[in-house]
Design a protein around this ligand. Structure first.
Ligand code: BES
Ligand code: ZN
Length: 639
């Protein structure tokens, strides 16, 4: 059944009694706006309407959580996270209960008030995708409550890995993935990106394991007990934990790499440029507000390329190519320290504000570090991905300000928020020039620092700061219509044009001996591979492989792009080496971006073999990847 949110979850507009609308909506004298207060809109104007999050049961306008204090034990034997969370609240409506989100997998055993005596609580009916509301009756004096609970193996945020899924093979591993609405599966809280919280945590784990979190303070109290604190307010999806056999290598005073001991050296070499990226970012976007910037390299099961957990980006090991060719991903996650973590999408409809700004910023970091040629290649490749998605997506999903009510927020995940979002910003830059655009960008970050903003705020800020751009660009079409507007800028790249010409020549002559990829960058190789059309003769692809050795590539992006083209275009039996390489890759790597096209291609080529492999590999994947692949392969849990 496709249960839709009902009652308080229906999209509603909350009129805030803010000065501009005051006279019309409230029959009282407006309060003096505090200058620079988060409630006050940018540039003096006020957002009269606050976007409501249809993906949370919380009613923060009545009772709002402001601080989260965790005391948790990770029980690797039973695969349970257990303990308590104390929530400090602001109570605007003192008669209202505190309403939290709880996802599947959480069992609440008790709730206590500030005086440590029991409080009544009730758990409402589940709503598809959202979990259930937990309503707590507060006593008059309660400024905090403590929830005692455990999160079992069903908690979608948490992945427990067998030692065999790690590099070292001897210790288990645990990590959490909160974005978009998974934090509620391991912590009962108000899981809405508009409800910013500070947090602290005491984490207990086996003595020989190391715990790290998205926090600026980390204190090892004694083996097996670590304390954390993040003093800046963040949306709950950024609370993250990892526990495993981890070592650390410093790169500078502010930057370090965490990874399993046998990988940490390679990771430190690959990410050597992190301190320069941070310095470049500060010069482009304003001061870095989070203290440290570290990267944690996770086991290959991690479902994303990277996740911008504050102070500690989580990253897939599949970007360790040995030649730094995939470090744009680190630039991307670092850029989220401004776009996303400092200025956050208020609801998941506004996700393009997180990712579109971040892709734009990532490309600026790449340009400053590696030059405009490389940046142009990344932009052009992004636009090609976008064109592919536009060919497949439903029109409603091609809209930046997408309507996601009744759906899972991750249904909106595609190149649209990323590359169409970034294209809008590049279009604005093209109109006003780089100097003014850069001023606008730093002001966007500083005026909305530690604030969650919606698309409306983007529009009003643009009108106030860059009126000629707001006038020249058809914002309504860019933001609310499907497709890519024709004024989207596309930079020239001679390098990519040369690659396209070589591919065309190869396809018409069938002669691979003319090709030599020793001088190609990874971007160029990916361009070559991804442009091989459907229907290319597999024998011709095998010639290509013999010459250019794609099956032997140790670069995961190149290998995945090659396997996708080869398997998708297969006609008879897959050659043994291709099948073995494909299966080994799918059994090891859990990154959804690779799994989706590879399973699609495998299914297309040999549906039975693809499903048999999925059955073996599925227990090794994170819930995020399982969700996508179950739908793709029409898999139900009784299969
Ligand atoms: N924040 C995203 C990952 C994400 C998005 C997780 C939505 C859950 C829901 C992260 O910053 C990201 O975009 N990662 C990309 C890499 C990037 C270079 C495009 C990825 O994982 O591939
Ligand atoms: Zn991102």
């Amino acid at each position: 059944m496709n249960a839709r949110p009902s009652g308080p979850l229906q999209p509603r507009l909350v009129l805030l009694c803010l000065p501009l609308l005051w006279a019309a909506s409230c029959n009282q004298t407006p309060p003096e706006p505090e200058s620079g207060s988060p409630e006050t809109g940018p540039g003096g104007e006020n957002p009269a309407v606050v976007a409501v999050d249809t993906h949370s049961f919380a009613e923060p306008e009545r009772v709002r959580v402001r601080h989260v204090s965790l005391d948790l034990e990770a029980d690797f034997e039973q695969r349970i996270v257990r303990g308590s969370v104390r929530l400090d609240v602001d109570r605007t409506d003192r008669s209202a209960p505190l309403t939290l989100d709880v996802g599947d997998g959480i069992t609440v055993s008790a709730v206590e008030g500030a005086d440590q005596t029991a409080r009544e609580f009730s758990i409402g009916d589940p709503v598809e995708h959202l979990g259930r509301p937990l309503r707590i009756q507060l006593a008059d004096s309660d400024e905090s409550v403590t929830v005692r609970y455990e999160a079992n193996v069903e908690a979608a945020a948490v992945q427990w890995l067998e030692p065999s899924q790690t590099e070292g093979g001897r210790q288990p591993f645990l990590y959490t993935q909160g974005q978009s609405i998974f934090t509620r599966t391991w912590i009962p809280l108000q899981d809405s990106p508009g409800v910013r919280v500070t947090y602290d945590a005491t984490i207990r784990c086996p003595e020989d394991l190391v715990a790290v979190m998205s926090a600026d303070v980390r204190i090892v109290k004694r083996p097996g007990v670590t304390e954390f604190r993040l003093t800046k307010p963040i949306p709950p999806y950024l609370i993250a934990l990892a526990i495993g056999d981890l070592a650390k290598r410093e790169l500078s005073e502010r930057c370090a790499v965490w990874a399993e001991p046998s990988l940490v050296e390679a990771a430190a070499n690959e990410f050597e440029d992190m301190p320069s990226m941070l310095a470049i970012s500060e010069s482009l976007f304003g001061p870095y507000r989070w203290g440290r910037y570290d990267v944690l390299v996770l086991p290959p099961a991690f479902p994303f390329g990277g996740m911008e957990n504050p102070c500690l980006t989580f990253a897939t090991p599949t970007i360790l190519a040995g030649d730094k060719s995939l470090v744009a991903l680190i630039a991307h996650e670092l850029a989220h320290s401004w776009s996303g973590n400092l200025v956050t999408n208020a609801t998941w409809r506004d996700f393009w504000l997180n990712e579109g700004f971040t892709v734009y910023c990532e490309q600026r970091i790449v340009e400053a570090l590696f030059g405009p040629e490389r940046a142009a290649m990344e932009i052009r490749n992004g636009l090609t991905d976008l064109a592919h998605d536009l060919a497949d997506l439903e029109e409603q999903d091609e809209i930046l300000h997408i309507d996601l009510s009744g759906r899972h927020p991750d249904d909106g995940f595609s190149s649209i928020p990323y590359d169409k979002g970034a294209a809008l910003l590049r279009r604005i830059e093209e109109i006003v020039g780089r100097e003014r655009f850069d001023e606008y960008l730093t002001k966007w970050f500083s005026q909305h620092e530690f604030v969650s903003v919606d698309t409306e705020t983007f529009v009003s800020f643009l009108r106030a700061e860059l009126p000629e751009a707001a006038e020249a660009v058809d914002l309504e079409t860019w933001i609310n219509a499907p497709g890519l507007p024709s004024d989207a800028p596309s930079p020239a790249s001679d390098a990519l044009d040369r690659i396209d010409a070589m591919r065309t020549a190869f396809l018409s002559s069938g002669d691979a001996t003319q090709l030599d990829r020793s001088s190609w960058t990874t971007m160029e190789t990916l361009r070559f591979l991804r442009g091989l059309p459907d229907g290319t003769d597999p024998a011709r692809l095998d010639d290509l492989d013999q010459r250019l050795e794609f099956t032997a590539s140790t670069n995961a992006e190149i290998l995945a792009a090659w396997l996708e083209r080869r398997v998708h275009n297969n006609q008879d039996e897959l050659p043994v080496t291709i099948r073995e390489t494909l299966e080994a890759f799918l059994l090891r790597v859990g990154r959804r971006k690779f799994l989706t096209p590879l399973y699609e291609a495998y299914f297309h080529s040999d549906a039975d073999a693809a499903r048999a492999l999925y059955e073996r590999a599925r227990p090794r994947y994170h819930a995020v990847s399982r969700g996508t692949l179950d739908a793709l392969l029409d898999w139900s849990s009784d299969d």
